[in-house]
Design a protein around this ligand. Structure first.
Ligand SMILES: [Zn+2]
Length: 236
């Protein structure tokens, strides 16, 4: 029985790599200098390189179930996503952070379902999306709204990371909330001013900004302008 995965490894080395060898050589000699941190759901139908037309060296990526951002709680535990955020911001000095959820997300749907008894880590992890869930009957529309609300919730959590907040407020870093609609092949981008998600085909920018001026830190959430339909902390 042929080992298809082994064949694919050989295809990469034999067919793809020779044409890109110079690029990889440069990335090895000069190091990586990606300008984007992409926090995306692990879903196999979400292919960030295809969506953004990027290749080797351009995106620092962390993916997890639901595209969730854990709180910056200072506990210094085994927080893979939090570690990636700190590395990308402090070491790589990225200029953009994208949080990308998507349609038909199993992680979001699971918020409305019974937990699998053995999946204790998964159950705990899903709590990071709990605030986005709505007290309504599960419908395709409710799931879509929850997916989008969750993206905004994660952006809010990102602002709880001191190194993120400092750079956003200084205009050195922009945050981008995306919702990828698999069946349409289109990303909807969160616009902090209108408080809604706008299809990329009609959007005027790719994220929450551009910020004309640094947001005033008055202790209130930066995303408090969003409408009640999307605000995780707003009325539901
Ligand atoms: Zn997902």
């Amino acid at each position: 029985m042929p080992d298809e995965l082994l064949q694919r490894l050989r295809q990469f080395h034999d067919d793809y790599f020779p044409a890109e060898q110079g690029r990889f050589q440069s990335l090895m000699e000069d190091g990586q200098h990606p300008t984007i941190l992409f926090i995306g759901c692990s879903d196999s139908r979400l292919v960030p390189y295809l969506l953004t037309g990027t290749g080797p060296g351009e995106v620092f990526m962390v993916r997890n179930v639901g595209a969730f951002v854990p709180p910056h709680d200072g506990s210094a535990g085994y927080h893979g996503t939090a570690a990636a955020i700190e590395f990308a911001v402090l070491k790589l000095d990225v200029a953009r952070i994208v949080v990308c959820g998507h349609s038909h997300c199993g992680g979001i749907r699971a918020l409305y379902e019974e937990a699998t008894p053995q999946a204790t880590n998964l159950a705990a992890w899903l709590e990071l999306g709990r605030e986005a869930a709505l007290p309504v009957q599960v419908t395709p529309e409710a799931l879509r709204r929850t997916e989008q609300r969750s993206v905004v919730l994660q952006l809010e959590r990102l602002m709880g990371y001191p190194m993120v907040r400092e750079r956003v407020e200084a205009g050195q870093l922009t945050l981008h909330g995306w919702h990828y609609v698999i069946e349409d092949g289109e990303v909807h981008v969160f616009d902090v001013r209108s408080g809604g998600f706008v299809p990329a085909s009609s959007a005027v920018h790719s994220g929450t900004g551009p910020f004309d001026s640094a947001p005033v830190d008055d202790g209130s959430p930066i995303f408090n302008e969003i409408d009640s339909d999307l605000a995780p902390h707003g009325p539901v």
